[in-house]
Design a protein around this ligand. Structure first.
Ligand code: DAH
Length: 344
């Protein structure tokens, strides 16, 4: 090889070594760009050498040309790799945060609308001296039916409505059995509210659920009469639904109360004018109630000559539906966040 060819190969070796060093040391994209211009640019050091290839004697020309192309490939590869490394370095954790994006908002938990109804009802009755108590969800037929003056052949005890776990054991169909448990345990005066789940063999539909909350109430003492009963319910209605809400007692029947009444409140949605929530009647039934039947007192060992009392039972899910104008009970039990979030 002639001295001209040999000196070009030396220069290519130097370009390769120095170029790789310059690229490797480039601390930012500007430094990298100037290394690129210096070594691979149109008037750069590699282009210089390439422009001289024509002056090399024919025999050596091929070697020098191949070597020049190889150096070019090596430096291009190094440039690309360095550019990538610099890019991911500048995209550190802080560089990845786009401050122009709208904030995602924190998830804030809330109290379920049915739970809120239960809490408020218990609080309102607490003002009247009622204590909140709980009872078992798995219950004997004695407490669920017999002690409440419901014969086992009564339709309410029927297999159609009741989940039987055993011959004498059921999932309670209402919270009323806790009345009997409380009276068995405590002497009068008794004033309790009992929130809890009840179970019935109903399928989920817009107004039924197989497991649903109830709140039971019971007040027993000497001299408790219908006037106190009405006053307590009216106090509750005014505090829960608002002062302007009217209530009325409608005669009804329950085996454990005599007389029995259903309590209706004036429809808040249409103010009594008639709408779909109140089925055009202007009234919404919120509870069953009545004066405790003497047969229940006898079953729990209270003297029916001495004591009188009233009891009531209501469904907080139904009340939440009335309060918020919710058309389908299943919405309250499906746990759909997009629905529930509106109540937080
Ligand atoms: N236990 C009844 C039910 O589940 C509700 C009820 C009605 C409870 C009248 C009472 C009452 O305490 O006096 O339908």
């Amino acid at each position: 090889m002639t001295p001209a060819g040999a000196s070009l190969l030396d220069r290519l070796a130097a370009i390769e070594g120095e170029g790789l060093a310059a690229i490797g040391e480039a601390a930012d994209s500007a430094a990298l760009e100037s290394a690129r211009v210096e070594y691979l640019g149109r008037n750069g050091r590699l282009a210089d050498v390439m422009s001289l290839i024509g002056t090399v004697e024919a025999r050596a020309r091929r070697d020098v040309g191949q070597r020049a192309n190889a150096v070019k490939t090596v430096l291009r590869g190094a440039l690309e790799a360095r550019a990538k490394a610099l890019e991911s370095a500048t995209r550190g954790p802080s560089a990845r945060i786009d401050l122009t994006l709208p904030a995602r908002g924190r998830w804030v938990g809330g109290v379920h609308p049915v739970t809120r109804v239960i809490d408020e009802i218990c609080e309102i009755f607490a003002e009247l001296g009622f204590t909140s108590v709980l009872g078992p969800e798995i219950e004997s037929t004695w407490y669920n039916f017999t002690a409440l003056n419901i014969p086992l052949d009564h339709p309410a005890a029927d297999m159609m409505d009741t989940f039987y776990l055993d011959k004498d054991v059921v999932l309670r169909t209402h919270t009323s059995p806790v009345q009997a448990r409380v009276m068995e345990t405590f002497r009068p005066p008794v004033r309790v509210v009992v929130p809890g789940l009840a179970y019935r063999r109903d399928s989920f539909d817009p107004s039924h659920a197989p497991a649903f909350e109830q709140i039971e109430g019971l007040a027993v003492d000497e001299g408790v009469d219908f006037v106190e009963f009405r006053a307590a319910i009216e106090h509750f209605v005014h505090h829960f639904f608002g002062r302007g809400t009217k209530s009325r007692f409608r005669p009804s029947f329950y085996p454990f109360t005599e007389p029995s009444a259903e309590v209706d409140v004036s429809c808040a949605v249409c103010a009594g004018g008639g709408c779909s929530t109140c089925k055009r009647t202007g009234w919404i039934t919120i509870m069953g109630s009545g004066m405790v039947d003497p047969a229940v007192f006898k079953a729990v060992g209270y003297d029916p000559e001495r004591y009188t009392g009233y009891a009531f039972g209501m469904g907080p899910a139904r009340i939440a539906m009335v309060r918020h104008g919710i058309p389908d009970m299943r919405l309250l039990y499906e746990g759909e966040m997009s629905f529930l979030q509106q109540f937080t």
